[in-house]
Design a protein around this ligand. Structure first.
Ligand code: COA
Length: 338
């Protein structure tokens, strides 16, 4: 039986998302690389994805944030903290969260960006629940925003068909104690970092050693575009998705029967099926909404949460597990009552 009282109360009062208008079908990739709709659909579950035509990360994030604020009947002045998850910030500085703060007029909020790749939303929700234990903080805005097309190599068929752009936001308040986090499991396996990389291009300092061999690069194969060893990531994903959900259930004294719904990071339908099988849960209790979205990194979980809330798939009082995995490598799961 699940412990009734959440260990860290919070209430998800609003959700929203933004997807670029441009929807690119699988067939359009045939002009770029040697691929087919059939290969992409059967290996991933993806039929199309939304790609930005110039939207900045902050712009997509602010649009999603406005939708979440409206949903929660919350004004920008009420926000105490803005957390942004992204691997594609518009600038090294200012952070995306600061730009969104200015855009919304959330003058009272302090702001920080998190880079945990596709696991980002789980980490952000954990952090929000910890901030909300401070009596001075009652309202946290989490925004996930990713412009993956800006780090995609559109000549690499093994990666370019997988990703999409977009943003999603969640407005979290402390709540009355009936809803909130039961357990969280977070982790990283930095020694596997080389299986999913993208580098940052910078000018070379005039003081840098000409002999680069003195300071060898950790990930010498990294390029400014995403490089991925797909099979290794696949294996990692299936294992950590199932294990981290089991870990949060065990920590909270819950069983699979207490779980109303699982919302995993959306990277590949086959990963979701394999993880559901490993967990021993029927696939109709596991969200799968990849077909018209693709992999949107940290956006995928809050985007799914928004869709599920708005469609009535999840309701107040439901016990939900979210779980993510991605670059780092990182992973995380959280069990909460909505
Ligand atoms: N169209 C056609 N063929 C393609 C292709 C494409 N878009 N991409 C790869 N192929 C080819 C490969 O070149 C390979 O050909 P070969 O056998 O002649 O060498 C063949 O398909 C099989 O490639 P492989 O990489 O073994 O395929 P896979 O079944 O492992 O599927 C992924 C590839 C990327 C879909 C899969 O590994 C995956 O989803 N991994 C996890 C990725 C992920 O989740 N990343 C994000 C982490 S957040």
């Amino acid at each position: 039986m699940i412990n009734k009282e959440p260990i860290r109360p919070l209430s998800i009062d609003g959700t929203g998302h933004y997807l670029p208008q441009l929807e690119v079908g699988n067939d359009e990739f045939r002009q770029l690389v040697d691929t087919s709709d059939e290969w992409i659909r059967t290996r991933t579950g993806i039929r199309s994805r939304h790609l930005a035509e110039g939207e900045a990360v902050w712009y997509m994030g602010a649009q999603a944030a406005r939708a979440a604020l409206a949903d929660a009947c919350c004004t920008a002045e009420e926000i105490d903290v803005i957390l942004v998850t992204t691997v594609t910030p518009d600038y090294v500085t200012p952070s995306v969260s600061c730009v969104i703060q200015a855009e919304l007029g959330a003058r009272r909020a302090f702001c920080l960006d998190l880079n945990v790749a596709c696991s980002g939303f789980v980490y952000a929700l954990d952090l929000a629940s910890r901030y909300l234990q401070d009596p001075a903080i009652s309202t946290v805005l989490i925004v996930a925003a990713e412009l993956l097309s800006s780090i995609t190599d559109f000549t690499d068929r093994s990666t370019c068909v997988l990703f999409g752009d977009g943003a999603a936001a969640v407005l979290v308040r402390r709540g009355d104690g009936t809803s909130g986090i039961h357990a969280v499991e977070l982790g990283a396996e930095g020694e596997k970092g080389e299986v999913l990389t993208a580098s940052i291009e910078r000018p070379t300092s005039p003081f840098a050693a000409a002999d680069r061999g003195r300071f060898p690069l950790r990930f010498s194969a990294a390029r400014p575009t995403l490089q991925m060893a797909g099979r290794e990531v696949f294996r990692f994903a299936v294992t950590v998705l199932a294990d981290s959900v089991q870990a949060v259930l065990a920590k909270s004294g819950a069983g699979m029967e207490d779980l109303d719904y699982v919302i995993p990071h959306q990277a590949n339908d086959r990963i979701l099926e394999a993880a559901a099988k490993r967990l021993g849960i029927s696939s109709d209790r596991v969200y799968a909404g990849l077909d018209t979205i693709g992999n949107t990194s940290s956006v995928s979980i809050p985007l799914a949460l928004d869709r599920c809330r708005r469609s009535g798939r999840v309701r107040r009082g439901d016990t939900i597990a979210i779980c993510g995995f991605g670059g780092g490598l990182t992973y995380g799961a959280a069990l909460f009552t909505l």
